[in-house]
Design a protein around this ligand. Structure first.
Ligand code: SF4
Length: 264
């Protein structure tokens, strides 16, 4: 544990009903300074909201605005928001007036100045020496803050994704298998590509899906993301999150293939 992590661990823990002091507005001397030289890790739902906000495809968003961090023994890469290449390392979306994508800003920007630990306890992440918003007079209850920042939708999506990221079987996966890695990135972060795959391959001939639901997948990114995560759970962990068509199952059993094999 480095010094910064230790300091964070030692900070007082806040529950949902506790209050903290913070306000952020253009009158605070450090306004928008926290939008530079930071690591912002993006979840799949962050990417979905941002690429739709910008009106670009998920591939374009990932190429232009993110980079992947992946260690050799990690099957799910970490997607990081790019900062500018100059010495200021500013977020691409910050302006003098504030965040240009405010309504669709990522989870960490919504949560700031708080951090949440695994036990769903909160602590003030920001440093009072650089974040003058912590010296403002406004007091807010943690639960009110989360509601006001629209965290709940993000948290639900994150929890569902995390069932994969922290799945006990993920550690046993063949981390050198590029096909599995590509499949995971496509169905989580690159939703427009995943949609092309679902509608442009034999995918829909294999899985038993209601016609209404198929039409929803054409237009609803949030539903498509949830479906992609279910597909990963089905394909990687053998969970019963999707159903294969009976005729496909029958043909497979004649060939001696299991339900989760060759899922594409
Ligand atoms: S997305 Fe918005 S709030 Fe987050 S760092 Fe960039 S400008 Fe700041």
């Amino acid at each position: 544990m480095d010094e910064k992590q230790k300091n964070q661990k030692d900070k007082p823990k806040l529950g949902m009903k506790d209050h903290f002091r913070f306000d952020c507005h253009p009158g605070v001397a450090c306004f928008t300074k926290c939008c530079s030289d930071i690591n912002i890790f993006l979840g799949p739902y962050d990417v979905l909201r941002l690429k739709n906000r910008l009106g670009i495809s998920s591939s374009e968003f990932l190429d232009k605005h993110t980079y992947l961090l992946s260690t050799q023994n990690q099957i799910i890469p970490v997607v990081v928001l790019k900062m500018s290449d100059d010495e200021n390392k500013m977020c691409h979306f910050v302006t003098d007036e504030g965040c240009q994508v405010y309504e669709d800003r990522p989870w960490p920007c919504r949560m700031y100045p708080l951090d949440m630990d695994e036990d769903e306890k909160f602590s003030v992440l920001a440093d009072p020496e650089t974040c003058f918003g912590l010296q403002e007079n406004k007091e807010t209850q943690v639960i009110e803050w989360l509601e006001d920042q629209g965290i709940m939708d993000y948290q639900r999506a994150y929890n569902y994704f995390n069932e994969i990221a922290s799945h006990p079987k993920i550690k046993e996966m063949d981390v050198t298998n590029q096909q599995i890695k590509s499949m995971i990135i496509m169905a989580t972060y690159n939703l427009d590509k995943f949609r092309e795959f679902v509608f442009g391959s034999s995918f829909l001939d294999i899985f038993d899906l209601e016609a209404d639901f198929i039409e929803q997948l054409r237009v609803d990114d949030t539903e498509l993301l949830r479906f992609g995560l279910d597909w990963i759970k089905f394909g990687l962990f053998g969970e019963k999150t999707l159903k294969i068509k009976p005729e496909v199952l029958e043909a497979r059993s004649k060939q001696g293939l299991g339900a989760g094999q060759d899922i594409s």
